[in-house]
Design a protein around this ligand. Sequence first.
Ligand SMILES: NC(=O)C1=CN([C@@H]2O[C@H](COP(=O)(O)OP(=O)(O)OC[C@H]3O[C@@H](n4cnc5c(N)ncnc54)[C@H](O)[C@@H]3O)[C@@H](O)[C@H]2O)C=CC1
Ligand SMILES: O=C(O)C(=O)COP(=O)(O)O
Length: 528
Amino acid sequence: MAPKVLISDKLSPTAVDIFKNRGIEVTYEPDLGKDKDKLAEMIGQFDGLAIRSATKVTDKLLEKADNLKVIGRAGIGVDNVDVPTATKKGVIVMNTPFGNSITTAEHAIAMMFAVARQIPAADVSTQAGKWEKNKFMGTEITSKTLGVIGCGNIGSIVAARGIGLSMRVVAFDPFLSVDRALELGVEKVELDELFRRADVITMHTPLTEKTRNIVDAAAIAKMKDGVIIINCARGGLVVEEDLRAALDSGKVAGAGVDVFVEEPAKDNVLFGAPNLVCTPHLGAATSEAQENVALQVAEQMADYLLTGAVTNALNMPSISAEEAPRLTPFAKLAEQLGSFAGQLTESGLKGVRLEYEGDVAEMNTRALTSAALTGLMRPLLQDVNAVSAPAIARERGINVEEVRREQRGAYENYIRLTVITERQERSVAGTVFTDGKPRVIQVKGINMEAELGTHMLYVTNEDKPGFIGRLGTTLGEAGVNIATFNLGRDTRGGEAICLVEIDEPASQDVLKAVNALPLVTQVKALAF
Ligand SMILES: NC(=O)C1=CN([C@@H]2O[C@H](COP(=O)(O)OP(=O)(O)OC[C@H]3O[C@@H](n4cnc5c(N)ncnc54)[C@H](O)[C@@H]3O)[C@@H](O)[C@H]2O)C=CC1
Ligand SMILES: O=C(O)C(=O)COP(=O)(O)O
């Protein structure tokens, strides 16, 4: 069945065309993001949700999103998405990190000039026939200091534009390296120094608990008298009441505000302040940027839904379209190994070690580890998937270790998964042959070669003659048909393992009967 995608915010028609052309059923409801009840009613039918900033993807909405696999943000900020809850539910959240950055940087520069030359107010006055030439005295930008808070994609474009305008640029960004600052031609400074030195301050950080209220009354007090403040990033970065007071007092000479704590902003404390220029979250609103983000989000979501390729996800490692098909059998193997170990693990899991050897060591092992963790935890948590598994493992304090060895052993590729519990370590290993089929090749250090079917019996016993015949007879008498039978032992007369594929799940009576056989040490029904 074709996957279904809902677009709940205004997106360029390009997105609709791409989804359709790729065989995805698409519902375009550009105003749905504003109607959370209707959205909650509809969301259950969809595999994908494409949004901008108006749709709020809350935990309540996600509760109803039973089929959702991917949320695509046609833009950058995902503060309107509850990413931790989406991750726990196994829903990928992806954005388009570059599509609108130039446009947004240009908006910040436009705001700087609009404020410095009071263009909006001068326009209103002029069109009212007032010709107030002396009222609108401006500020020259050349040689002034531009303070950039957050010097990532957008901040660095703003910095470059600032330098192009002959400004001196200082930047505060804890993740900005000295080399990158040099390359950009900006001076890396601490926040207080930026506040002290900048004539114009512009913000380009995401909204996080660290950046919320970064510009409040105390910060403004450290700034130059007559500073200009520009916010084209997120509403919560500035305490609106404090900015209003500073505009009223003249401490801040002017502000350009594109984003608000509450959006749509209908009745904001800032409105009506002197020399305030506002726009309704227009940072990304150019046809060029909207084409970019619509095209990119639709391609990324379609890739994921149709091929499993992952690009620009915030909660999952990337998997390219080329590697997705190559990775699939290994992901299946990793998940089967995890599932095998998970079904045999009864006491508290402390850690998991994944060893990748040969060709597979050069693949995207993070994605394979996620698949292994999914298999491992599924016996406990039905809804876990490769998106949620690493987060759940972390939350539960399960230590995950990855070892990669590129040299080949007896097999071209080899994955060994070891679970570490309070009581013991247990390993299971497998490979993918050239037929693309995963095989288990070692259980607890005992070699064998088994393809895992849907229903399996796992039996450990003492290696003595006559056991296999008795096991076969017991299963036959119980009406259980054997599909495949795989054997291994550590030493002659030592510990032996049978992995038996059966056509139907083993009943409790069958398990009891097998358990009662002489020499049996453990019997377990496994399902894959
Ligand atoms: N007004 C609008 O329409 C638009 C607004 N935005 C906003 O702009 C933000 C930035 O976008 P990009 O530059 O693409 O993101 P980015 O991730 O490339 O850059 C953000 C920078 O902020 C820095 N940062 C993080 N925490 C910080 C802190 N506590 N103090 C100082 N710097 C910190 C990071 O190190 C990073 O370099 C987005 O998160 C979004 O909220 C983005 C697009 C359009
Ligand atoms: O990309 C971003 O972070 C933006 O803020 C753009 O928002 P929008 O898509 O225009 O609602």
